[in-house]
Ligand binder design. Sequence first.
Ligand SMILES: *Cc1c(COP(=O)(O)O)cnc(C)c1O
Length: 287
Amino acid sequence: MYLTCSPVDTLTFRNRKYFIKRDDLLHAEFNGNKARKFYWYLTNDFPRIKRVVSYGGSQSNAMLALSALAKLKNWRFTYYVKPLARHLKKYPRGNFQAAMHHGMQTVETDAFVFGEFAEDTLFIPQGGAEQAAEPGVKLLAREIVEFAETAQLPELSVFLPSGTGATALYLQKHLPYPVFTTPCAGDRLYLQNMMRQLEADESLHPSLLDTDKKYYFGKLYREFFDLWRALKHETGMEFDLLYDPKGWLAMLAHLAELGTNILYVHCGGLTGNASMLPRYERRLRNN
Ligand SMILES: *Cc1c(COP(=O)(O)O)cnc(C)c1O
């Protein structure tokens, strides 16, 4: 039911070759970097735990992964969200629909403020940005090292887009190759701050690459959609519409710094495209 090692594919985009770590293929519903971040919970026993609680956006990839984890573990899953749009409640789609299908219970709230939870409750911070994410990401790092050694690559640069930065941070911590990332949810300072909370030693942090233009998380940009569609068209591979367009934009803008061999970590998130695509279609039709 769960791949323990994801394959590495190659693709050629605009006359350049990339290695793609296919973490989107780990499992139908528990995949991407969220599967890595929650791997520790998946593979350990928590006899006292009956319920998992988290919070964040109504289409979050972490929410979907937690709903799948809770189902596999036979835990209840309570998810705190900002008041939901009436339309979404009436016509659930994307990650929200899939998570509801897994039995997620939502609590709508204006402010994410939490006290102590009961002993049978596991609390997971937004996006899974916590030290428990390290063991699973360390495994991902080991797989990348094995790949690079088998392929006998003399050098390698690893790239992935960041939300909380936990994945990029723990990858850099456990990889002998440079890891590059770009902030998607918030700016460079936000990302540095998030990473510092998990690892004070900044020499262990990944390198941050920016785009010239400032982008806001979850907002729609024509250049994002065009690049996403060009990637799909030219390579046949589908990427996520929330993080990957900014990721590819930033990476393409800094190719000279990345060297010959680039491995892009496909962090999953494809279920979320079911809600992003109609938004893009509505937006681009009206422009
Ligand atoms: C969550 C996510 C990220 C960012 O992961 P962080 O560890 O929060 O930085 C990137 N890409 C996809 C598809 C994601 O779901």
